[in-house]
Design a protein around this ligand. Structure first.
Ligand code: SF4
Length: 309
């Protein structure tokens, strides 16, 4: 069995109090059965607090407090479970977040998810092309993995501008984006489930003002920062391509990477046109929001993949 992860994977460390978008706020956190049994055996005040704060309605989960906060997130935005019982007492979701693991034949591929601002900083801020580090042996050959590795090399061909690399990726996979106007794409994104009105406000503004966006000026502004788009596209391909049933399904992941690039670039250009500024932290915030809104909603991902198929 092989274990694969990107070269930046081990750099991640949660920034706790410094995080502007704490992942313990706004998400329902399910508790795996092993952890649930362990929490059931905790005594004293913490045991009482745990039993009051867990719902067993459907999948066991923490009952969120006001402001959709995890009930164990204290006023200093630190986790009382870690402080009282130790980090090893966290449930799987809390222990693993923002890491993901894809189980594929003969290998497990792990990575960091862009919904966490610190993970996004590490991924998008990686200056060198991302390498996939492979540990262990497997004699399983998979043509989709082989094509995925070639797609990543195309995306990392820094002798070409990023827009050309994206086109070359689509050509290599025999993929394309459906022909739609900017308004039609905005309407599609606006029809999806959303978490934050900031996201829908931005899409609404894009829909009404896309003709006034100075894309050429924005591209000049980003000309020395193309690696940020490269890392975004490589992340999408690494995460979604190899899960596919066959090559034609994998080509949809290439279309999805192209769509993500177009949307993030156009929204970046909108922000730049409005504010005359778009720095690295602005890009991280945009990509983090995109990831929370689109990538971390299975309904939204399924809806977009359906449109791209
Ligand atoms: S979003 Fe990331 S950095 Fe922020 S609290 Fe969660 S794991 Fe830590």
């Amino acid at each position: 069995m092989q274990h694969v992860f990107p070269s930046y994977y081990k750099k991640f460390k949660c920034i706790n109090k410094k995080c502007r978008h704490n992942c313990c706020i706004g998400w329902e956190i399910d508790i795996d059965s092993e952890t649930l049994a362990r929490y059931g055996s905790v005594g004293g005040e913490m045991g009482k607090r745990l039993s009051k704060s867990i719902s067993r309605d459907g999948e066991a989960h923490f009952i969120l407090s006001d402001g959709e906060r995890c009930p164990f997130l204290n006023s200093e935005n630190l986790c009382d479970i870690i402080l009282t019982l130790g980090e090893e007492s966290l449930c799987t979701i809390c222990r693993e977040h923002p890491r993901f693991h894809n189980s594929l034949p003969g290998r497990i591929e792990s990575g960091l998810g862009l919904c966490c601002e610190e993970a996004a900083r590490i991924i998008i801020g990686q200056v060198e092309p991302t390498l996939l580090e492979i540990f262990g042996e497997s004699d399983y050959y998979d043509e989709i993995i082989d094509l995925r590795d070639r797609v990543i090399l195309v995306l990392q061909d820094r002798s070409r501008p990023i827009s050309e690399r994206i086109r070359n990726m689509l050509d290599l996979c025999g993929a394309s984006l459906p022909q739609k106007t900017a308004e039609e794409w905005c309407d599609i994104f606006l029809s999806l489930e959303s978490l934050d009105t900031k996201w829908t406000n931005m899409l609404t503004l894009l829909r009404s003002e896309h003709k006034s966006i100075d894309l050429a000026a924005f591209d000049r502004h980003m000309s020395e920062r193309q690696s940020e788009y490269e890392q975004l596209a490589v992340y999408i391909i690494y995460r979604y391509f190899a899960n596919s049933f066959d090559i034609s399904e994998a080509s949809v992941a290439a279309s999805f990477a192209s769509l993500c690039y177009s949307l993030i670039r156009t929204l970046g250009a909108l922000i730049y046109t409005k504010t005359k500024k778009f720095d690295f932290e602005d890009h991280i915030e945009l990509i983090r929001m995109f990831s929370c809104e689109i990538e971390y909603s299975s309904e939204n991902i399924d809806a977009l993949f359906d449109i791209l198929t």
